[in-house]
Design a protein around this ligand. Structure first.
Ligand code: NAP
Length: 267
């Protein structure tokens, strides 16, 4: 049993310390139960807005060196400035994750500037409504190239070094629609199903190398993803709430793997 020390101690106070009735201090948050992220190098794709930007802020506050990837340079630089203002070393790189050569060059630059990558958050993703009877091959490719191929290219860029160091964590941002389809956006659903299959296979393949591979699967989140669509976002998850989940996954102690975290709003 834990007892607070009494505010005013009198000789007759029932919980005055005594050899027969010792006061046990309240438990403090046990830092050994959390992985300390200070000075680790983290790469976030899709870091210029939404879940990626909120995650970048949290990793910066945890003391990480943060590499931020996205395509639109102006938006990315503005986001990087916000994260830098939190005191972190930040490297923004305007990269399309679907471009094999650009991805390889970006990860070389990250390694040189910030050191080996400890954590990769594959967050860049796109989705939109598709009518399967009319959608174009370009639509199909835009979704699969970003949501699946991009994850493959970025993961492949970090895996050899993680394997040789027997350490590392890859966290993939999937979606609830990677488990349950909906009729409005079947290609987006299919891409997240594919991402989940990729993630699960990678998890099994690198477990022996002590590399952790996790998925976070949120329901709808109030971000730019929904801009231009006629939907009520008032009960959606907030990007910061998903970022909190990503940070939680990353801070589990070595030897503990959160394989997949489902996240939904309950408001
Ligand atoms: N919002 C939701 O309801 C929801 C729910 C579940 C899962 N998710 C997933 O969460 C992730 C983040 O989405 P979000 O909601 O935060 O959307 P968001 O605010 O639109 O952010 C998407 C980010 O990805 C970047 N991006 C897109 N395509 C890219 C590419 N080819 N290469 C590099 N960066 C790229 C965007 O920047 P640029 O456009 O400048 O490249 C932006 O930084 C996605 O994987 C999405 O599928 C979202």
């Amino acid at each position: 049993m834990y007892l607070h020390p009494p505010k005013t101690q009198t000789p007759h106070h029932p919980i005055t310390p005594s050899p027969h009735y010792p006061i046990t201090p309240l438990p403090q948050p046990n830092e050994t139960l959390m992985k300390n992220l200070k000075d680790l190098t983290i790469v976030l794709t899709g870091a210029s807005s939404g879940i990626g930007l909120e995650s970048a802020k949290r990793f910066a506050e945890a003391g990480c060196k943060v590499a931020m990837l996205a395509r639109s340079e102006d938006r990315l630089n503005a986001a990087a400035e916000t994260v830098r203002s939190l005191g972190a070393e930040v490297l923004p790189l305007a990269v399309d994750v679907t471009d094999e050569i650009a991805v390889a060059a970006a990860f070389t630059a990250i390694q040189e500037a910030l050191g080996p990558v400890d954590i990769l958050v594959n967050n860049a993703g796109v989705g939109f409504a598709t009518d399967l009877s009319t959608c174009t091959l370009e639509d199909y490719r835009a979704i699969f190239d970003t949501n699946v191929t991009g994850v493959f290219l970025c993961s492949r860029a970090v895996l050899p070094d993680m394997k040789s160091r027997k350490s590392g964590h890859i966290i993939n941002v999937s979606s609830v629609v990677g488990k349950v389809t909906n009729p409005g956006a079947p290609l987006y659903c299919a891409s997240k199903f594919a991402l989940n299959g990729y993630t699960s296979g990678l998890q099994q393949q690198v477990a022996g190398d002590r590399i952790r591979v996790s998925t976070v699967s949120p329901s709808a989140v109030d971000t730019a993803y929904w801009d231009g669509r006629d939907v009520d976002r008032s009960k959606f998850l907030q990007a910061g709430e998903v970022a909190d989940a990503i940070l939680f996954i990353a801070t589990r102690p070595e030897g503990v793997l959160i394989k997949d975290m489902d996240l939904t709003a309950q408001r």
